[in-house]
Design a protein around this ligand. Structure first.
Ligand code: ATP
Length: 215
């Protein structure tokens, strides 16, 4: 953790330049909070999450996670602690069970037993048979399946890119509400891009607004 004037910051970004897309002089993101990233389309929100996840490297500047410069951290190792869910998550061929466990398999962790998988599905409000083919799920169900997959990975930080964009407003509220309750119970952190002002106002402890760069 980075201690600054008595507050603990989880991520610290300094003088970040990424192509012509992002220019961040300084940004601090607190630990154990719900951080909402908002801003117009094309402002660089997804790009910012990819930088925090070490999927992209900045052209210049530094990003610290806890007390370490990400340049000095193995990206694969970092991505097991700070897990990102993309805007259009991948669904793999196979059953719902296989799709739920695949994140753990990729991180070389033990797959979870069925009762744990069912609990994770309940968090995201998905009521399906584990043996069902994941390919037949609707868009919104696939999005919740992918959310349950990252939930099972139990990371320190979730980076979620519009995790409920494919859901109706009522389901969105339930899923986000449940997920955030669990994040708080487990002392994890959540950084989430959302286009929903309602979600950002209701659940966000900390808000980051990105503005499109004027070239
Ligand atoms: N690898 C890349 N190379 C060049 N340009 C890119 C790359 N990735 C994204 N962009 C551009 O950078 C800008 C920001 O993209 P990004 O996806 O981060 O925005 P966003 O704020 O998440 O947008 P949205 O809300 O529409 O998802 C866009 O103009 C996009 O076309």
């Amino acid at each position: 953790m980075i201690e600054k004037q008595g507050r603990a910051y989880m991520f610290l970004l300094e003088n970040i330049l990424y192509k012509n897309i992002l220019h961040i002089d300084k940004m601090e993101i607190p630990a154990n909070q719900i951080t909402c990233i908002v801003g117009e389309s094309g402002a660089g929100k997804s790009t910012l999450l990819k930088l925090l996840n070490s999927m992209l490297s900045a052209d210049s500047g530094s990003i610290y996670y806890q007390d370490k410069n990400l340049e000095d951290v193995d990206p694969v190792h970092h991505r097991r602690r700070v897990v990102m869910l993309a805007q259009q998550p991948t669904i793999f061929e196979g059953t719902i069970r296989e799709n739920l466990n695949i994140g753990l398999v990729f991180s070389e962790k033990k797959p979870k037993e069925d009762h744990e998988l069912i609990k994770a599905m309940a968090v995201v409000h998905l009521n399906k048979n584990l043996d069902e083919d994941a390919g037949t799920l609707s868009g919104g169900e696939k999005q919740r399946l992918a959310l349950a997959r990252v939930y099972l990975m139990e990371p320190e930080v979730y980076l979620l890119d519009e995790p409920t964009a494919a859901l109706d407003e009522e389901t969105e509220e339930v899923v986000i509400g449940n997920f955030i309750k669990k994040v708080k119970e487990k002392d994890q952190s959540l950084i989430m891009i959302t286009h929903s002002q309602k979600i950002a106002t209701k659940y966000g402890d900390y808000m980051i607004t990105l503005e499109k760069r004027v070239v």
